[in-house]
Design a protein around this ligand. Sequence first.
Ligand code: J2J
Length: 547
Amino acid sequence: RVNAGPDHVVWPPEVAARYRAAGYWRGQTFGALLTSVTAAHAGRTAVVGERNGEIERWTFAELDERAHRIAAGLAASGIVPGDRVVLQLPNIPEFMAVVFGLWRAGAWPVFALPAHRDSELRHFAGQSEAAAIITVAEHERHDHAATARAVAADVPSVRQVLVVGSAEFGELAASEPRELPDPDPAGVAFLQLSGGSTGLPKLIPRTHDDYLYSVRESARICALRPESVYLAALPVSHNYPLSSPGVLGALHAGAASVLAPRPDPDTAFRLIESERVTITGVVPPLAAAWVQAAARTTRDLSSLDTLLVGGAKCGRELAERIGPALGCRLQQVFGMAEGLVCYTRLDDPDEIVLGTQGRPISLDDEIRVVDPDDPAASSADVVAPGEIGALLTRGPYTIRGYYRAAAHNATAFTEDGFYRTGDLVRRGPSGHLEVVGRTKEQINRGGEKLAAEEVENHLMAHPGVLDAAVVGVPDEYLGERTCAYVVPTAGSAPTAAELRRFVRERGVAAFKVPDLVLVVDAFPVTGVGKTSKRELRAALAALAEKR
Ligand code: J2J
């Protein structure tokens, strides 16, 4: 089997057999899914996007044909099954054609975000030993093609850079379609990115079988039908707009996906009105911006029946405003690229919809809420019902290990295969989870995740920085912002502006540049006198909260 090997952990055979017997894993690939959806809905709209301000619309038949041609072109260019391909595309229709093209060629997309820069791409390409990078020439005034070429020059495995929109890509995408062997549905389909908690984001190997199960159930839970229209407001390569229920859930249901070039209310409301969008998903700060803008919009938003909110905690107050302001139902979603996704159900009582982050997709999602003070708590160390604890999970679409990360896996998973989510939750009697905080060294900046350690490492590369500790500080709009405490080396006095510029110029996603940099003489000593980063960050976070 091409896809199984020492690079990633698979489910134990008896567990896999159980998931198959239960009908969760059906042995269908994403390429085969597109074929069957196209057979049923050939003439329906599959994808809507914008190009130079003009609407572009593809039917399922058109998307299917494009994906076939791209798959053939990729194969002809030397892409073989199992090749990893870093994909960095904004919300354009080609995203769908290229992803399905890669799947049909048996290659694994590595889903970079448009915000990622040199340092992240280098890591993704290097860690996955990618054969190619596929990107666009320019997006939001950044020269993506130049970044991709610079990475390709330094990462020996990368044989080609393909720029969507170039003549070369046009030629590849016009290749004569041909039958290619369908990849193993039990094998890896793509590598998704973790939010990260230690250093650079880890790669998450998801299989056709497991991901398609979560997509199918998400489409059902969100009541998608062929008449539904899903708006991808967030960057579509992220796990949430990709699959919860996302563009793949829409595709599964035979419904259209509208790819918004930007998530601002002007752009989103314009598309909701013109495409009669019925469902979309946003992060809390965006929901707040939409709620505000809805009060003075002239756009007709009456087609919208469901707004999913997730990626970060949606506060009670915001939750209560959404329905009245936007004239739709709120559906909370708490998910993670590693697997587990929870939704409030469309028929849940208001109290649950407004006050919880939902319950798991599957009856076979195993949930353990364990001792929050013990980072090594096992799945047996459960707290009393209703108590706050650390969330562990295992199930039919949650990974058993990150890709090529044996050392990290040893602590990120329990011995019996539960994933340590790093989230603090409380579980109600109905099984709904309320997210109340986290234990992981991650900052959730309005849904955009960053590992404190990754930013600390960038700061410490500055010759004037002796030590750095990055913490989240509460923020009314984003939920939290990043604050970097920096101790300078003797005799140097770097300014906050200089350090922010320094981090940005090292080529990182803009959301990782610290919002606030505080240069201090020394870190405060913690109560227990420990000097570990973990203790420091906890002390600083407590300090920041008090301000
Ligand atoms: C609090 N924290 C939340 C929520 C995610 C659907 C929706 C979101 C993601 C996602 C996703 C939260 N309340 N409602 O992949 O398919 C935080 C938790 C979680 C982490 C995962 C999906 N929803 N979170 O956000 O991989 O801390 O996935 O562990 O980016 O986001 O982040 P990510």
